[in-house]
Design a protein. Structure first.
Lengths: 258, 258, 258, 258, 258
């Protein structure tokens, strides 16, 4: 779990609620029909704009953004070098036993194909295909959140226009103008909060998560291909280390030179 | 037919109507001249911005978005492998009879060309050309809906400006200011609803539909080319399976390994 | 002439005028200084933003958008095949007489170069160069209309700000507030109408026109190159037909197969 | 000097001043602190957003946009062909004297390198490098003007918000509300005028100027390379003429054919 | 340190404060809860939108933008030529001592690898990798500032909507309407100032800094590769000088020709 994400989300909402309480009452800011219009309307539009099966995955996508565990690339390279050593020492078939202890299904699938003696081109094609499917899923999740970040303010504006018309048609009682306008404004507020304190920042986060995971899996693909072709574990390490952020790499480099 | 689409469209409109009824009367929100200006003006501008023949296809495009039947890619691959088996067993000419039972005109056209002994380059060129025409038609449909999503709010704003000027010129009777302003605001509301609850979400949907159908037809082209070149049905399957989403592919993979 | 374009333009303007008459008087919406500011200011800015020689071509560009005659691609292919037959039967020099009856200066120029025995590379380079010049001219026309679609609303807003300041400085007479504000709003209305009912839709139209004409000329270039290299008329037809929209092509296809 | 540019700039400003005088007094539109905030603030932000050395060149960039002399490409090609003839007749070294009469430093530098016997690859690299530096400078100038077109309205809005707060805090004297609001609005007007009647149109113009000059220098590079390789003057002309706009080229073509 | 940056930042803020003091009191513009909402909310959203480790580096990124020292490319090329001379004269191993006097860790690392006898492909790969990491870090810094430039105004608007609702609910006391509205507007002002006088201009600056540093390091990489391959110092200079802005290069050129 990622404390920054939780802290960010709770922090932003706490500040909004606190700003409300600093000058008024929370009750003033709750308008049932307005909330239903903005939240319900945005969700309905998501079902119009995206296939139902995909909208249902939206919650999974959001949950992923919160509970995603950044995996260590250093550790991954060490593991891949370790598998290369086993393959070099005992033959590639001996990796079959090793796969039982590996958590990452993507690594397992790759090594299994190498053990089964699949053609290198096929292994690479199958793994790249899976990687592209992942990228597609991520970019679809991001585009859904971006769409929510557009449609929620739009429905907020629609609600405000509806509220303004109702208020303007009821101007006989001047004392109702203020509250009527306040209610009309609320849906714009709901839309702005949904977009800027939920949908758009999570979309930003997802884009970043995606590029991290793509790097991670690219290293796995290169590693499996290197192991499959019987590369020396040192060569495997050297090839994979070029993907490391440079500070980590430089450290390793000086170590090696020492 | 796609229940999600219908549910999304009806849901969004029901919520808007319900929000109106929660605070006022539906009659307040109906302004004949305003509706004619926004709806009619947007349609007229579509005829200015796009050739008439294309605007007329807009309804067909929208209908397609609603009644599009997602086709199973698994099923398609099975079919293509089946045709490959027939061609392998009885010669490619024997596919002539099979084409009578095939629904998809695109598959029929491809196989027919293979049966007729056309050059592989020509078959691929003709089928790719048809695929690009499809992509063009889809992207034209999307760009029309995007244009509608821009021009409808613009005409809503024009209507509101017209209404405001009329109201400001009639300020002798203060009791008319409220209703006059309400009427002026209505066209902005119409434009926002047309854009955000019809045009833009359907444009999003169309983009997604298009990429689904492009994948479907790409698999058909690869399959026909593979059958034409006399590939073994197993090879045909292997080639086409690389287009499958990875979860489905992995399942097949383990099956094959078992 | 294109009826859709005329219908669209007249329709949109008629609806705006009708909406004005439905609630007020056309005189209220005419403000000489405001019109001069928005129309004159936008035109002046066009001369600042684009070379004078190009701004002067703006009217020609707009006229083209209205009077452009969509040319039949089917007919073009038939013609090119016809020229190929003549070249095949009587030698390429015999096309010299044919060029006298051809309307399209682009085809004439291409065939003339082929008759003169120019190198194929030179013919292709010269014709492609002319095509790129056409694309440049079209995209320049579109970018001028897009600029007009940005600067007209900007000058509308400048006019409204000027009007508001004047109104606010004259608030001694409350009865003048309404009309003063109405006048101020008018320039925003002018800017919105110029942008959304003239400049931007015509820019959209131009983009479409351009891609149609590029396709048309690309087919001419391919055809001339094919004739020049002495291709069989059937091969010329087959090469050019791959540019046809698929429905038309499929029809031809079945015909050929029959 | 370019009359269109001057006419455009003066025209737009004259119209704005005239619109002010048509309804009010120029004095109402002058607010010292507001002008200093918008103009000064925008300039200060330019120093924050761009290196000081580059901001200082902004005036030079703007002056260039006004006093840029469109050079004739026809004339350039004639000159290059003329140099090719000299080189052909008297040897390339004889061009050394010719360079004294050439105004354009870019041509001189290219020919000088050819005369000095530099490697063709080096000549092309050095000249292309200089061309890319020019493109960088132009695009930097454009991006500065675009930034000014964003920051001036932003500071206009900041000024208006400051003015509104001051006005709202001083509402004891109702007669001051109008003038207070008028003053507040002025900075938005200043920002809009700076952006739309100075910065953005000049940025548009610069983009166009840049592409003209890039074409001009590209022809020079091709010409120098062609002269250096000892091409026949006719071949030099033919190569360079493919860069001409097609109308001019067609004319030449028929001449040549005649 | 960069005086332009400091001057720009201080200048813009001084002008804003001065504009406030010209018409009102600084106290009117300080609203504790509003500041906490906009500043705190934007920061919280940054933690939601970006990994915590990266947000923490934001201050470092901003500091870099201010204290970045533009390095002389002329001087760099002289140094690289100097190292090439040493390598040529005393063998590449003799550079080992030289590295002790070099400040730039990137040059040291490159030369060290050359001295250690690493493969040229590996040196280039490692250095390019480090360069791409730098580009990634810079573009991440820019995208964080761009996000701040979007979220700060969004929270400003949220604060204003909250303030407006509170004001509208408290309309019993008309004397409080002005100050209530003033307070509501303040958060929009805070958001606009944070975006336009801090975040967005620094993002612009960072983009420029990044391209300067990328050029600097590209020259280092080319230089090290050239030294490693034993190039003549004159060739090293000629290769690196092609990266110089053209004015500087021309000067050198004439010098060399003299």
């Amino acid at each position: 779990m990622d404390l920054g994400t939780i802290f960010g989300l709770l922090g932003a909402w706490t500040l909004i609620v606190w700003a409300i309480l600093a000058g008024g009452s929370l009750v003033w800011f709750i308008n049932g029909p307005g909330m239903i219009l903005v939240v319900g309307g945005s969700i309905a539009i998501m079902f119009l704009a995206f296939p139902a099966s995909i909208v249902k995955s939206l919650f999974k996508v959001i949950r992923n953004a919160f509970f995603f565990q950044s995996k260590s690339i250093e550790k991954l390279i060490e593991d891949m070098v370790h598998y290369a050593e086993i393959a070099r020492r005992n033959g590639i078939l001996s990796l079959e036993n090793t796969t039982k202890d590996i958590d990452d299904a993507f690594i397992v699938r790759g090594i299994q194909m190498a053990v089964d003696g699949s053609e290198p081109e096929l292994i690479e094609q199958v793994m790249n295909n899976e990687l592209e499917n992942l990228i597609d899923r991520h970019s679809l999740g991001k585009s859904m959140l971006d769409a929510l970040g557009r449609y929620a303010p739009a429905f907020g504006m629609i609600g405000t226009l509806v509220g303004l018309v109702i208020m303007l048609m009821n101007m006989d009682d001047p004392s109702m103008i203020g509250p009527g306008m306040a209610v009309a404004i609320l849906t714009t507020l709901y839309g702005a909060v949904i977009a800027n304190a939920i949908a758009l920042p999570i979309a930003d986060r997802l884009a970043r998560r995606s590029s991290e995971e793509v790097l991670y899996r690219t290293i796995i693909i290169k590693g499996v291909m290197s192991i499959q072709s019987g590369d020396n574990p040192r060569v495997v390490e050297q090839k994979l280390r070029t993907f490391l952020p440079s500070s980590a790499m430089a450290a390793k480099d000086q170590e090696a030179a020492a």
